[in-house]
Structure formats: C-alpha cells, structure tokens
Design a protein around this ligand. Structure first.
Ligand code: URA
Length: 209
C-alpha cells in the first residue's frame, strides 16, 4: 500500500491558505484551485515514462528525453473536480478528460452516481481522478470502483484537502491507488464538512452560494 503523498511545498501551502479564507471570491478561488492542481500535477506525473529522441541543437546532434507516448486521462468527479482540470491540462494538454458525476445524498451522506462518460480507450490510460475535497471518501471510493469495473488499473487520486476519515476509507477500499494531497486537515464535522477546510468547494468555485 502506498502512503498518501502530502505536498508540503510552500507555494501549495500558501495558495491553500488563500482558498480557506472565506473572503476569497469565486474568481480568485477558481484561479487558485487551478494553480494548485497544476503544482500538484508536477509531482503526480513524476513517474511518467520517458524515451530518447534525436535532436539537432545549434551545436551538435544528440539524444534527449521526451515523455513517452503513454496515454493519460484526467477524471474530475463532478462538479468540484472540474475546477482542477484546466490547471492540469495546461501542463498535459494531450490528456483526455472523462467525467464522473456524483452527489452526496443530504440525508444519508452516501454518494450517488448520476453521470459517467469516459474516453473509449480508458483501460489503456494512466488515470488521475480529481476531487478538491476528500471528506468521507465515499465519492472517491465509488468513482474508482466504477473505473475498476470498466477494466482500469493504473489509477491515482488527487485532492487539495483531505480529512483523515477520507484517507482511511480510500486506503481500505483502494490500497493500490496512490493519493496526492495538498493538505491533511483535522476531522469531519457533523455535516461531513472538513474542519478547518474551506467550506463547499463546488459552491465556491461556481459561485452558487
Ligand atoms: N465537500 C466539500 O466541498 N467540502 C467539504 O468540506 C467536504 C466535502
């Protein structure tokens, strides 16, 4: 089982603190979410395979590294995961994007899937599942169940803030999935919000509250 990778880089921590501030408006919140995703992508793609190609510099011909043609897919969990996609695409523009729609039943707090549209060759791709908040872990566990049911094997998960409860649920259900975390918070409150957290990430990204 891989340990969650907690990103303690000062740039990521600084931007997450700005996200937490309740006075940060939607425009800045969206920009920060994408910037954090982009910074986290740097680490999450560290093991991308390389190959050598021949290039002629102004001085001589040499062999140099480029990313090998392995395929990658970003799968945001709707809707808050959408807020991370542009940041990732700015670093990996050739990636395909699939979508899984989940909502949390307000009474049971259980995830309900209402949408799933994935690239046709999803089984052949390295997959990065995205959700800014890993709270109970229900949506992430369920989204990854859906991907595995479709034959996907090489799956990673990226969130900006995690609760210990969500990490435990993910590690129990999907010990093979490497998790990338911007900040590990304290606990969930009685409404299943992360404390201290940043509130409802979807509402803050889309200005729906
Ligand atoms: N989803 C959010 O957007 N925020 C939380 O604190 C928990 C789940």
């Amino acid at each position: 089982m891989s340990k969650p990778f907690i990103m303690d880089h000062p740039l990521i921590q600084h931007k997450i603190t700005l996200l937490r501030d309740k006075n940060t408006g939607s425009k800045e919140f969206r920009e920060l979410t994408n910037e954090i995703a982009m910074l986290m992508c740097y680490e999450a793609t560290r093991d991308m395979p390389m190959k050598q190609v021949e290039v002629e510099t102004p001085i001589c011909v040499g062999k140099f590294n480029v990313i090998a043609g392995r395929k990658i897919a970003f799968i945001p969990i709707l809707r808050a995961g959408l807020g991370m996609v542009d940041g990732l695409l700015s670093l990996v523009p050739a990636a395909k994007v699939g979508h899984i729609g989940m909502y949390r039943d307000p009474d049971t707090h259980m995830p309900v899937e209402y949408y799933c549209k994935l690239p046709a060759d999803i089984q052949e791709r390295d997959i990065l599942v995205l959700d800014p908040m890993l709270a109970t872990g229900g949506s992430a566990v369920d989204a990854i169940n859906q991907l595995k049911a479709r034959g996907c094997t090489n799956i990673k998960f990226m969130c900006i803030i995690a609760a210990p409860e969500g990490l435990a649920a993910m590690e129990k259900a999907h010990p093979d999935v490497q998790i990338y975390v911007g900040a590990l918070d304290d606990h969930l409150n009685e409404h299943m919000y992360i404390v201290p957290g940043l509130g409802d990430a979807g509402d803050r990204i889309f200005g729906t509250k």
